[in-house]
Design a protein around this ligand. Structure first.
Ligand code: HEC
Length: 309
């Protein structure tokens, strides 16, 4: 445990984590998390986090496989819930297991270490638990966009910037940047307030080209202000399948490939109308925390094959 404290004191002291770019910081944190995991968690959960540590046979409730935390929650990695469980050791299942409350244990650890230098033990505990969570997230085997769910939408007024564009990811990225600049300028001048997160609607793709409408849902009154390059229209409606992509936009194609495979397996018909809704601000939000909701229009018949969101 001592080695671990020293690593933390050094990391906190030099401000290692947080001063580098988001990806490196996340990798560094996963390494710290792994160190803690091997020292404190592997005894029950196993070195590979699969639930088969040396103490596993003595537990009344088995230590769960921690590489499947996303799947059991029906999709994205449940950061908040996992953080709370590690911190408070709350009984996860109704029969009450023996998962210790690590918040208190880690606090004791830090209390016994180097009283001469003032520091915030609570912050070190939080950091250590956060690093554990980053590590657990990095070893998820089920970090897939699945499951697909079914949602039904009523169209809403929307303002948007439209372009016929290549489907090359890099060009889409550039188009997004300039579209949001144009939209931002217009919304500032016309005092338009979005009523939801930004979205991009993709239509009519063929031969590597498609029509993209990038914009925001707005009120009827604000939609009426659309002028020049800014159009007024409606967000898509009807039945859609929903999938969630987490992380960098560079990896969106993996998620689309997974959706396609899943649809094919279920015998569902692909359509040529889909849209993405963006949560988080690229450049400001760490890549790992970016969330993209992906919707694809489907028939009522296909919608019936999916669980409702
Ligand atoms: C003494 C054995 C033991 C140790 C050590 C231990 N755990 Fe656990 N853990 C358990 C048990 C048992 C459960 C299931 C509790 C229940 O179902 O009530 C559990 C549950 C969990 C869960 C919830 C999983 C789920 O399916 O929701 C997480 C997350 C977790 N542990 C993380 C950790 C981390 C991180 C550490 C190290 C800091 C750790 N555990 C150390 C025994 C242990």
């Amino acid at each position: 445990m001592r080695a671990c404290n020293i690593v933390y004191a050094i990391a906190a002291g030099v401000g290692l984590v947080g001063s580098v770019n988001a990806e490196e910081a996340s990798a560094a944190r996963a390494v710290f998390g792994q160190i803690t995991f091997e020292l404190s968690c592997a005894v029950c959960h196993g070195l590979d986090a699969k639930g088969d540590g040396p103490m596993a046979t003595q537990l009344t409730v088995p230590a769960p496989d921690l590489t499947l935390l996303g799947m059991r929650n029906g999709g994205p990695f449940p950061t908040k819930r996992v953080t709370e469980i590690i911190n408070g050791g709350q009984a996860v299942s109704t029969h009450g297991g023996q998962m210790p409350a690590w918040g208190l244990i880690f606090l004791k650890d830090f209390e016994g270490f180097n009283r001469d230098s003032p520091r915030n033990d609570q912050a070190l505990v939080r950091r250590r638990i956060d690093d554990l969570v980053v590590y657990l997230q990095s070893i998820q085997e089920d970090d897939r966009p699945m499951p697909l769910t079914h949602v039904e939408f009523i169209p809403q007024p929307m303002i948007y910037f439209s372009a016929r564009a290549s489907m090359e990811p890099e060009q889409i990225g550039q188009l997004m940047t300039s579209a949001f600049e144009t939209l931002g300028r217009f919304m500032g001048e016309a005092m338009v307030t979005p009523v939801g997160p930004p979205l991009a609607v993709y239509r009519d793709w063929a031969d590597g080209m498609m029509t993209v409408e990038i914009g925001f849902p707005v009120s009827d009154a604000d939609a009426a202000k659309a002028t020049g390059d800014i159009n007024a229209g409606q967000t898509p409606g009807g039945h859609a399948l929903k999938a969630i992509h987490r992380g960098s936009y560079d990896r969106l194609h993996d998620t689309y490939a997974a959706i396609e495979a899943e649809m094919k397996e279920a015998g569902m018909q692909q359509s040529t109308l889909m849209w993405e809704v963006y949560f988080g601000e690229p450049g400001r939000t760490p890549d790992a925390d970016l969330v993209t909701e992906i919707y694809m229009q489907i028939s009522a018949e296909d919608a019936a094959k999916l669980p409702t969101d």
